[in-house]
Design a protein around this ligand. Structure first.
Ligand SMILES: Nc1ncnc2c1ncn2[C@@H]1O[C@H](COP(=O)(O)OP(=O)(O)OP(=O)(O)O)[C@@H](O)[C@H]1O
Length: 365
């Protein structure tokens, strides 16, 4: 942020919010440290925008507390108005004032005078849009509009910036570049940032911490790599990346699965029958003798990688063992990714190997 505002700490404690009978936020807790970038990641309707609007001061919490750098902004009794919070807000799709030029949009919230001119000029330079100053919003591309919206939010020198899916309206290629540029700029400024997104890649590359939201709650608040490798539950695992799930039985500290015994990364209290989660990159193909024997039944090309459907060869069963007299054992089939170049063909016998530990979850998780 500009020098007049130190980056803030945000503290959200036990916040609740309902609209009518619908509980939208329940017991939301999170702390964002000065200069940290935190992403709120979750499916549509889980309450991300509502939480951002409560922090900005556009809505009142029903219960709980919101503080910024130790100052109480809202609780059951106190409510500091949005314009007194010194928090920048970039709403979905920028929402520029259509009747104002780029220059006037950026200067909108600032008192008239030389200070306003200085701040607007500084923001035009900082966000790389000086040559657009005289244009109207409808003359700008989506990416340019986002930069103007960002410049407008930064111009008053806020102590924290809230971004609500700021890159949503952009096409995929532009989205990645603009996201990178904007986040690099905010990093240089040392800004405290809360970014709403439903794109896990955006959350991972941009953030120090990811807050995973579901049904109005933060279910995990962690470093990106931990959210990906150590998701707290099956739904979070599926939200943040593709995964392979296998049935397993816990024995001697390992999960016994159709792929053999797999080391586990977590505990699953009171369970012996578990669901075992592996990321696709933890599965590798080798010769049939070097892993669990399987056959390739399909190959689908995805560009960067191909996904190979493999069916495990049934384990030989001892006479009298459960399943032996039930006819055919169940087919165990899953996808393994392979990167070009590879020589696998449909029908090949291969071995499937597992790298690293798996996460385990209860069977009803
Ligand atoms: N002012 C309001 N009045 C009534 N219901 C509302 C209001 N604002 C939000 N909601 C409801 O609260 C729920 C959460 O909405 P919210 O916009 O916070 O979700 P979100 O996670 O940001 O979703 P998206 O990713 O689609 O933007 C939704 O069911 C929405 O319809």
């Amino acid at each position: 942020m500009r020098t007049e505002s130190q980056p803030a700490t945000l503290q959200v404690q036990q916040v609740q919010k309902s609209f009518g009978a619908r509980k939208v936020l329940q017991d939301v807790d999170c702390v964002v440290e000065p200069g940290q970038v935190v992403s709120l990641l979750g499916p549509s309707g889980c309450g991300k925008t509502t939480l951002l609007r409560l922090i900005a001061g556009f809505e009142r919490p029903d219960a709980g507390r919101i503080s910024v750098s130790g100052q109480l902004m809202a609780d059951g009794r106190v409510f500091v108005a949005a314009e007194k919070r010194h928090i920048g807000y970039v709403p979905q799709e920028g929402a520029l004032f259509p009747h104002l030029s780029v220059y006037d949009n950026i200067g909108f919230g600032l008192p008239k005078g030389p200070e306003r001119k200085r701040a607007v000029e500084h923001m035009l330079e900082l966000t790389g849009i000086a040559e657009l100053r005289a244009l109207m919003p409808q003359q700008l591309s989506g990416g340019q509009q986002q930069r103007v919206a960002l410049a407008r939010a930064l111009a008053p020198g806020p102590r924290m910036l809230l971004l609500d899916e700021p890159f949503n309206a952009l096409d995929a290629a532009l989205r990645a570049t603009i996201c990178q540029d904007v986040m690099a700029l905010l990093r240089r400024l040392g800004a405290t940032v809360l970014l709403v997104t439903h794109d896990q890649n955006e959350a991972f590359v941009s953030s120090d911490r990811v807050a995973v939201m579901r049904d109005g709650r933060i279910v995990q608040f962690d470093e990106p790599v931990r959210v990906y490798r150590r998701p707290v539950d099956v739904q979070t695992a599926q939200l943040v990346g593709s995964a392979v799930f296998l049935d397993g039985v816990l024995r001697d500290g390992m999960a016994q699965t159709a792929l053999g015994p797999i080391a586990v990364a977590n505990h699953c209290d009171g369970e012996t029958a578990v669901r075992v989660m592996l990321r696709h990159e933890q599965l590798r193909l080798a010769g049939p003798e070097q892993g669990k024997a399987a056959r390739i039944t399909d190959i689908a090309f995805h560009g960067q990688y191909s996904s190979l459907t493999v069916v495990l060869e049934p384990a030989p069963q001892a006479a009298g063992e459960a399943g032996a007299q039930d006819g055919e054992p169940p087919l165990i089939e899953f996808l393994v990714r392979a990167h070009y170049p590879f020589e696998y063909r449909i029908g090949d016998r291969v071995g499937v190997r597992v790298l690293g530990p798996a996460m385990i979850y209860g069977p009803r998780d």
